[in-house]
Design a protein around this ligand. Structure first.
Ligand code: NAD
Length: 329
């Protein structure tokens, strides 16, 4: 039986496909390649198409014996979601509805869902725990929370079991150095900093250095993409064992400041990284980190690449050997 990975040609999806293949799983990928890259797939059977194409989904489920789904396909830019909410409800919420409908018809009853810590919004306290209030402060986070709630009802009514994984910033690249992060536009700090080191950008903007943190810059949570991939595979194992639906944070508990990331990148690359301090951005909390105690104890997840230098070194290995990413326009 195979595992269907939606969005499997994306950044986290492709690393998860690599992890599944390593463990001898049969993999089917559905990806529209709207932000993903065919070249990022190290194997598996690819269907190029949209999640919202119900006929394609029916064909995919008919042609493959799918045991479980790992669902990454989504639009995930916070800023864009605040300008174009229709796109986010359509791709994320309606897309998930189509997927769940396809699963129901094909009698597939397990789904692991790539959610986000943006479901919490402004945190009540840090590190954030799963029992904390969820009050998203942007459309992206709201659509992900809606997708989680939809899954909860599909479980209650139809018995489709789900695991939702909530995390902040995926970072780093595969140990082989052959796949890594290539978002266009890029909005994540570590690739932006490394592109600055490569002189593809003039400088890196730091939004505010007067926050109530040790060095004045915001603290954020970074998780190595291969540790995330491992967590998604563990979540499949959890559902296979007959455990019920659940949701988990995947976080590093401590976080790293923006300055710390830049300084570590200078050390790893040995290159100059010019910084420009700018005004704080509206709605940027000082510290955003999640506790992953629950994932550690229930899923046995033990992120083995949590060290910032190691995360940046693996990202640098990819960016310095693939300065144009996967290369296409
Ligand atoms: P990505 O853009 O690299 O991957 C998303 C993939 O989904 C792409 O390959 C894209 O082509 C595909 N896709 C999008 N809409 C589709 C549709 N309607 N039909 C078929 N394919 C479609 O993003 P990523 O950084 O790998 O993130 C993957 C998931 O993880 C997203 O759901 C995102 O919300 C979530 N997430 C990401 C981060 C992060 O730091 N990158 C953090 C928290 C959560």
């Amino acid at each position: 039986m195979a595992i269907l990975v939606t969005g499997g040609a994306g950044y986290i999806g492709s690393h998860t496909v690599a992890e599944l293949l390593d463990r001898g799983e049969e993999v089917v990928v559905l990806d529209s390649l709207v932000t993903g890259h065919r070249e990022s797939l190290l194997g598996g059977k690819l269907y190029v198409g949209d999640l919202r194409d119900k006929e394609l989904l029916a064909k995919l489920f008919a042609e493959n014996d799918i045991e479980a789904v790992i669902h990454f396909a989504a639009s995930s830019l916070v800023g864009e979601s605040m300008k174009d909410p229709v796109k986010y409800y359509d791709n994320n919420v309606y897309g998930t509805q189509c997927l769940l409908e396809g699963m129901q018809k094909a009698r597939v009853d397990k789904i692991v869902f790539s959610s986000t810590a943006a479901t919490y919004g402004e945190p009540e306290k840090v590190p954030i725990e799963e029992t904390d209030r969820t009050e998203p402060s942007n459309v992206y986070g709201e659509t992900k929370l809606t997708m989680e709630r939809m899954m909860s009802w599909f479980d209650k009514v139809l018995g489709i079991k789900y695991v939702a994984l909530r995390y902040f910033n995926a970072a780093g690249a595969h140990a082989s150095g052959t796949i890594g992060e290539d978002h266009r536009p890029e909005s994540h700090l570590i690739p932006l900093v490394l592109q600055t080191a490569l002189k593809q950008r003039e400088s890196i903007a730091v939004f505010g250095d007067d926050y109530p943190t040790e060095d004045g810059t915001c603290i954020r949570d970074y998780i190595h993409v291969s540790d995330l991939a491992d967590a998604h595979v563990r979540a499949v194992t959890y559902l296979r064992s007959g455990s019920g639906s659940n949701f988990f944070n995947l976080g590093n508990g401590l976080g790293f400041s923006v300055k710390e990331v830049i300084e570590t990148a200078k050390e790893v690359t040995g290159l100059d990284i010019p910084v420009v301090i700018q005004e704080r951005r509206a709605g940027d909390p000082a510290v955003l980190v999640a506790s992953s105690d629950k994932a550690r104890s229930v899923l046995g997840w033990n992120p083995s690449r949590a060290n910032l230098k190691e995360i940046i070194r693996s990202a640098w290995n990819w960016h310095s050997s693939h300065p144009s990413g996967y290369g296409e326009a």
